[in-house]
Design a binder for this molecule. Structure first.
Ligand SMILES: Nc1nc2c(ncn2[C@@H]2O[C@H](COP(=O)(O)OP(=O)(O)O)[C@@H](O)[C@H]2O)c(=O)[nH]1
Ligand SMILES: [Mg+2]
Length: 695
C-alpha cells in the first residue's frame, strides 16, 4: 500500500445508533476506493467490516473494526464502531484512536440519542465532528427535516456541504456546495461518478449553502475574517484553509450525504475528507504525564519525536493470539524494536506490524506518528496501555470506560465450573474492559456487571466457544438488612446436662433500636457476678455471629443495641461455648419480639428519555415503587430523577431500552437503605422460610 507521511493520513470513526448505516457506509467507501471489487451486504454477512462469527450471525457490529483504503495520496483508517448501547465500551476506546468522528444518520429515521452520546464523547476528546446522512435511496427520506433536527440538537453551526437530488428509490445524484456542481453515481454500485451542471434551482441552493460555509470559514480565523470583511469573499485557497481550521477546531460541523447500499456520494465524501478532514497534525496538543508523577508532558505529533503509542483495542484471534490495535501519536514503531510499556512498567519487544482492513492484514515494517495498525503476540500489553521509548517515558490517560448499567448473577450449568467461569471471563477482560466481574462474598454470588443483554450474551457465547464453560444468568440477590423497631427482653438458655460434663449458660438480654447507621452496640450491665466476667465476651461473640446470619430472612442485622443485664451459670458445666450459644438464643428470642424490619438498598436513578416516552417511563417507575424526585427538560429530552429500590431495578436498563426503542438511558448509584414495605417484607420472609425448610 506504499508509505504515507503523517499529513497524508486520515483517521476517523463511524458512530451513530445501531442500524444507522455505518457498516454499509464503510463497505461503500471501500468499494469506491477500489479496495474491494464487490459490494458486501449486511444481510449476506459478507461485509469487510462485520467479519467475525457473532457479527455475521447477528447482522450487527459488535466490536470496532478497522478498515483501510487509499484516496489519491491519502490513507484512510476507518474505524467502524458498533452502535448498540451494549457496546458503548468500543465507542469510548475508538474515540482514543481517531482524529475525527463521522456521525452516520439514517436518512429516513433521523437523529437519535446514539448520535448525541457519540457527539458528547467526541467533544470530551476535543475531536472534530461531521455528519453523513445515508440511506437516502429509501422511501420516505427527510433530508431537510434531519438538518433541522441536527440544528436543534447540536446548534446552528451544523452546515450542509451537499444535498440529495431526488432522494428516494433510484436516488443517484447529489449537488455540492463546494464545487457548485452535480454528481451522478453509476447504477452498478461501483461508486463511479460523472459531474454535471446543476439545474438553476439546485445551483441556487448550492450557492446559498456555499455562502454559509464561506462565512463559517471566514469566522474560523481572524486573518481570514479581515479579508472577508474587506473583499466580501474568500478565494478558493482561503476558503479551503478556513474550512479546515473551522472543522479542526470544532467551530462547525459539516454534513454530507449519500447512500451506502448503492455507493452514492462516496467520491464527494472522500474528497472532503482528504481536503478538509483533519490530519493527525491538526489535532489539539495531546498531553501525557511522566509515570509515577504528576508532571505533564506535551506530545507533539512528529516522526522525529520519541515514540508514544496507545493500545486502544485488543482482539484474540484463533491461531494468532492477542492482536493489539495501536494508534501512534509520536515517533514511530518499527518492526523488531524494543519499546517500553509505561502502564505496566516493563519492556516490550515489537514483532510484526500490520495495517488492517477488516480481517485482512497487510504487513508493514513501521507505523509512523499518526498511523493506526496492529501488533501481535505482545508479552504483557493490553487495552489502555501506553507504549513509549524507554528513555522518554510517558503515560497517556487510561480509557474511561462507562459505568455498568446492568448486572446479573452467573451460575455454571455444570456444577464445579465456577473457577472456569472466572478464569475465562478474566481472560476476556483483556479484550473488553467494559465489564466487571465481582465475587460477592456477602451474597456468595458471582456477579457480572456490564452494558446490557447483548453484551452479556456476547460474553457468554465467547466463554462457551473459547473456554467451553456454559453459564446461566440468574437474578442477583439483593443485600437486604434486618433491624428492629421496638424494644424487648428475652432469656437465652443453653442447657445440656445429661451424662458426663454438661453445658450450661443462661443470659437475659434487652434489645433496643439504634439510629440508622449507628451499627451494633453491646452493653455489659451484669452486676453482682450473675455471670463471671470471662464469659461476657462469649455472649457478645455469639450475638455478632447471629447478626451476620440474620434472624428472620437470612440477612445481616444492623443498628441494634444489646444490653446483657442478667444471667445464670454453673460452676462446672458453664463454658465459653455455652454462653456463646445462650447469647445467640437470647438475641434471636428478643429480636422476633421487637417488630423486626427489613431494610433495602435504594438507588438514585437518573433517566434521560425523549419527551414522548415520559408517560410510559413514569408509569413504569411507579410500578417499581420508585419515588420521583424531580424532572427537568434538556432539549428534546426529559431527565427524571427517582429513588428506586434495588429489588425493583433488576434488568431496568433492558426494559428502558425496549420501552423507548433504545432511546432512553439511565444511570444508577447507591443512595441509602430504607424500610421495606410490609407486604414485600412478608413475601421475602416467607421465601426464606420455604428455602430453609427445603434444606
Ligand atoms: N436502503 C438502504 N439501506 C441501507 C443503507 N445502508 C444500510 N442499510 C441497511 O440498514 C441496515 C443497517 O445497516 P448497517 O450498515 O449494518 O448499520 P450499522 O448498524 O450502523 O452498522 C442493514 O439492513 C442495511 O442493509 C443504505 O444506504 N440504503
Ligand atoms: Mg455496524
Amino acid at each position: 500500500m506504499g508509505q504515507f507521511t503523517t499529513d497524508q493520513i486520515r483517521n476517523f470513526g463511524l458512530f451513530g445508533h445501531g442500524h444507522s448505516g455505518k457498516t454499509m457506509l464503510a463497505e461503500a467507501m471501500l468499494r469506491a476506493l477500489g479496495v474491494t471489487n464487490r459490494l458486501g451486504r449486511i444481510e449476506e454477512g459478507n461485509t469487510v467490516s462485520d467479519h467475525n462469527k457473532l457479527e455475521i450471525e447477528r447482522q450487527m457490529s459488535i466490536t470496532t473494526s478497522l478498515v483501510r483504503g487509499v484516496y489519491k495520496d491519502c490513507a484512510f483508517n476507518i474505524l467502524d464502531a458498533p452502535g448498540f448501547p451494549d457496546f458503548i465500551g468500543e465507542v469510548v476506546s475508538t474515540m482514543r484512536a481517531i482524529d475525527m468522528a463521522l456521525l452516520v444518520v439514517d436518512g429516513s429515521q433521523g437523529h437519535d440519542i446514539g448520535h448525541s452520546q457519540a457527539f458528547e464523547m467526541a467533544a470530551e476528546q476535543e475531536l472534530p465532528r461531521m455528519f453523513f446522512i445515508s440511506k437516502l435511496d429509501r422511501e420516505n427520506t427527510k433530508f431537510d427535516a434531519i438538518i433541522g433536527e441536527l440544528e436543534d440538537e447540536f446548534g446552528a453551526n451544523v452546515l450542509p456541504v451537499n444535498f440529495p437530488i431526488s432522494p428516494g428509490p433510484g436516488f443517484n445524484s447529489i449537488g455540492c456546495a463546494l464545487t457548485l456542481k452535480g454528481y451522478k453515481y453509476a447504477e452498478d454500485s461501483t461508486g463511479h461518478v460523472t459531474e454535471f451542471e446543476l439545474s438553476a434551482d439546485d445551483k441556487a441552493k448550492a450557492e446559498e449553502l456555499r455562502a454559509k460555509l464561506m462565512e463559517a470559514a471566514a469566522e474560523s480565523d481572524d486573518e481570514l475574517l479581515e479579508i472577508y470583511f474587506d473583499k466580501g469573499e474568500l478565494n478558493q485557497e482561503q476558503f479551503e484553509k478556513g474550512m479546515a481550521i473551522g472543522i479542526a477546531k470544532s467551530k462547525f460541523f459539516p454534513v454530507l450525504c449519500g447512500a451506502g447500499s448503492t455507493v452514492v456520494g462516496m467520491s464527494r465524501l472522500h474528497d472532503f475528507l482528504k481536503t478538509y478532514g483533519p490530519s493527525p497534525l491538526n489535532r489539539p496538543l495531546l498531553k501525557g504525564r511522566k509515570p509515577n508523577s504528576e508532571t505533564e508532558i506535551d506530545i507533539r505529533t512528529d516522526v522525529s519525536e520519541p515514540t508514544v503509542a496507545f493500545v486502544f483495542k485488543t482482539v484474540v484471534e484463533q491461531h494468532v493470539g492477542e492482536m493489539s490495535f495501536v494508534r501512534v501519536f509520536a515517533g514511530s514503531i518499527n518492526q523488531g524494536t524494543d519499546l517500553f510499556n509505561a502502564s505496566k512498567n516493563n519492556g516490550e519487544k515489537i514483532g510484526q506490524l500490520f495495517h488492517m482492513c477488516g480481517k485482512e492484514r497487510e504487513s508493514t515494517d513501521k507505523l509512523i506518528a499518526g498511523d493506526i495498525g496492529t501488533m501481535v503476540k505482545l508479552k504483557d500489553t493490553h487495552t489502555g496501555d501506553t507504549l513509549c521509548d524507554k528513555n522518554n517515558q510517558v503515560l497517556l490517560p487510561a480509557i474511561a470506560f462507562p459505568l455498568p448499567v446492568l448486572d446479573t448473577a452467573l451460575v455454571p450449568v455444570n456444577k464445579g465450573d465456577e473457577d472456569k467461569i472466572a478464569t475465562g471471563l478474566n481472560a476476556l477482560h483483556a479484550e473488553d474492559p467494559s465489564f466487571e466481574l465481582i465475587q460477592d462474598a456477602e451474597l456468595s454470588q458471582l456477579l457480572l456487571k456490564g452494558q446490557g443483554d447483548l453484551h452479556f450474551n456476547n460474553l457468554l457465547t465467547k466463554l462457551k466457544d473459547r473456554y467451553h464453560v456454559e453459564v446461566n444468568m440468574i437474578e442477583p440477590k439483593v443485600p437486604f438488612r434486618e433491624t428492629i423497631r421496638g424494644t424487648a427482653e428475652a432469656e437465652g438458655k443453653h442447657k445440656k446436662q445429661s451424662g458426663g460434663r454438661g453445658q450450661f449458660g443462661v443470659v437475659y438480654v434487652k434489645l433496643e433500636k439504634q439510629p440508622r447507621g449507628q451499627g451494633y452496640e453491646f452493653v455489659d450491665a451484669i452486676v453482682g457476678g450473675a455471670i463471671p466476667g470471662r464469659f461476657v465476651p462469649a455472649v457478645d461473640k455469639g450475638i455478632i455471629e447471629t447478626m451476620k446470619r440474620g434472624v428472620v430472612a437470612g440477612y445481616p442485622v444492623v443498628d441494634v443495641k444489646v444490653t446483657l443485664f442478667d444471667g445464670k451459670f454453673h460452676d462446672v458445666d458453664s463454658s465459653e461455648l455455652a454462653f456463646k450459644i445462650a447469647g445467640r438464643l437470647g438475641f434471636k428470642a428478643a429480636f422476633v419480639k421487637c417488630k423486626p424490619l427489613l431494610l433495602e438498598p435504594i438507588y438514585e436513578l437518573t433517566v434521560k428519555v425523549p419527551e414522548e416516552y415520559m408517560g410510559d417511563v413514569m408509569g413504569d417507575l411507579s410500578s417499581r415503587r420508585g419515588k420521583i424526585q424531580g424532572m427537568e427538560g434538556e432539549g428534546r429530552y426529559q431527565v427524571i430523577k427517582a429513588q428506586v429500590p434495588q429489588k425493583e431495578l433488576y434488568r431496568y436498563a433492558t426494559s428502558l431500552r425496549s420501552m423507548t426503542q433504545g432511546r432512553g438511558t439511565a444511570r444508577q448509584v447507591f443512595s441509602h437503605y430504607e424500610d421495606v414495605p410490609a407486604e414485600v417484607q412478608a413475601k421475602i420472609v416467607a421465601e426464606f422460610i420455604e428455602e430453609k425448610e427445603e434444606e
